[in-house]
Design a protein around this ligand. Structure first.
Ligand code: FHN
Length: 450
């Protein structure tokens, strides 16, 4: 009895392993190209988020790097730019409604960018202007302070009402903090004591942000020393500091999701962040491409005529999803807080596409096939392969790869469920396509397997 029972158990576990490997089990949880920790499941399924770069640089309209690129002194920057910043028309409800319309499921807002202006009413005393008399924040340093408004809380609440996850961005370098001065594309610390004090104060601000706004994502930046250890005053942030910061964030909120830019290129954090680029292949851990709509993060007048077209943005999103990544698409509101027309147009356009084809993005994993088809890309969810047709095939004949060892159940247009004739032979599924291309950017065909 005993021996018979053992080989049966061995056989069962082998069978289960085989199912898992080939995804025949259709477990519902998508077999990503990497392991997704429980606290990140929503993030990996949601795939698509809004990035918001907003600060006093938005008033100046030369982009968020203006202070550094134009060599503006702390005093001049504070007095001529930050002191004029008054975003009274900032409308969190409108911004979140556009995110929702676009099909975005999470949002990351710049609580503090490199300029160092705190976009919340920070109480951490060292974050002052050059006089040391005023806290350098939206509430204490700008004319907007008279409104007693908290735009981060307005965004947080609008996200909650809309069922959108909320995250915050925080820059490690701070061009206006007394401890630092701009040094190339990084900053130089005034002394070792200043460094120690700044890192402690940075943590105090991060605790304020977590305690006040309970963000689900902490998106760090301004970390790029690529220094493993042995900090210098010019390269004062190291991998060790990054590991320490990561632990600190988890100690504040255990399920918070933290990006790799606690100190990039050392495999730290919970996800990688290719910037304005898409990796050739799926990465071996969760990743998210952050992208602009016009090659500008903060509002930049010069780039207002360079918005990408909706088709390009949709195909960019699909390219990322086909490689199992997330897509964080940026808007840079103007100094008065309003959204630009260019960003509204793109968000609406993507939203129209997501209304018809969102199923081929949300909760999917990347292509199960090694090669990319010439006509488009693949995503996958359970036993459905989504063929994203970006180039319409000649003779209305689409040749797709057949999912190994599986039987095709049906083929249909995802937007309306209309069945399509097909011929499944060997390694291919040849689909009879409609004459006209329903969607220029990407028409999605669903190939459902048994
Ligand atoms: O310097 C920043 C830049 O302003 C912007 O915030 C982007 C967004 O990922 N990150 C840095 C450049 O790598």
């Amino acid at each position: 009895m005993k021996t018979g029972f053992n080989w049966k158990r061995k056989l069962l576990s082998l069978l289960l392993l085989f199912c898992l490997l080939t995804g025949l089990a259709g477990s519902g949880t998508m077999a990503h190209a990497y392991n997704v920790p429980d606290n990140m499941k929503w993030w990996a399924d949601d795939k698509f988020g809004m990035f918001i770069h907003f600060g006093s640089y938005s008033y100046y309209g030369h982009g968020e790097w203006a202070m550094q690129t134009e060599g503006i002194s702390k005093e001049t920057y504070q007095k001529t730019i930050s002191a004029k910043f008054d975003p009274e028309k900032f409308d969190a409800q409108e911004i979140v409604s556009y995110a929702k319309k676009a099909g975005m499921k999470y949002l990351v807002f710049t609580a503090k960018h490199h300029e160092g202006l705190a976009m919340w009413d920070t109480k951490v005393a060292s974050f002052t202007d050059t006089t040391g008399q005023k806290i350098y924040s939206l509430q204490q340093y700008t004319p907007f302070g008279k409104t007693n408004r908290d735009i981060i809380m307005e965004l947080k609440n609008a996200c909650q009402q809309a069922g959108i996850h909320f995250g915050l961005y925080y820059s490690i370098i701070d061009w206006n903090h007394s401890s630092q001065t701009v040094e190339g594309d990084f900053t130089k610390m005034a002394s070792w004591e200043a460094r120690t004090a700044y890192i402690a104060d940075m943590k105090a601000q991060l605790k304020e942000l977590v305690d006040t706004y309970d963000p689900e994502i902490m998106w760090f930046d301004g970390d790029w020393t690529y220094k493993k250890d042995n900090p210098t005053l010019k390269k004062w942030w190291t991998k060790q500091d990054g590991q320490d910061l990561y632990q600190y964030m988890k100690s504040l909120k255990s399920d918070i999701i933290v990006n790799e830019r606690v100190c990039r290129s050392f495999g730290l954090g919970d996800f990688e962040c290719p910037e304005q680029s898409i990796p050739e292949k799926a990465l071996s851990r969760p990743w998210e491409t952050c992208q602009t709509m016009n090659n500008a993060w903060g509002y930049k007048k010069d780039c207002e005529k360079s918005y990408y077209n909706v088709r390009y943005m949709i195909q960019d999103l699909v390219e990322v999803a086909s490689k199992d990544g997330n897509y964080l698409l940026n808007i840079g509101p103007k100094g008065d807080g309003t959204m630009t027309a260019g960003s509204k147009k793109i968000l609406k356009g993507i939203g129209n596409w997501m209304n018809r084809y969102g199923d081929s993005i949300y909760g999917t994993s990347g292509t199960p096939f090694a090669k990319k088809p010439s006509w488009g890309r693949y995503t996958r969810k359970d036993n459905v392969i989504y063929a994203h047709v970006m180039k319409w095939p000649k003779a209305q004949k689409l040749v797709t790869k057949k999912y190994a060892g599986k039987k095709v159940k049906k083929v249909y247009l995802l937007q309306n469920g209309k069945k399509l004739k097909y011929n499944a032979t060997g390694k291919k599924v040849i689909i009879k396509m409609p004459e006209k291309k329903p969607d220029k950017a990407d028409t999605v065909i669903a190939v459902q397997y048994q």
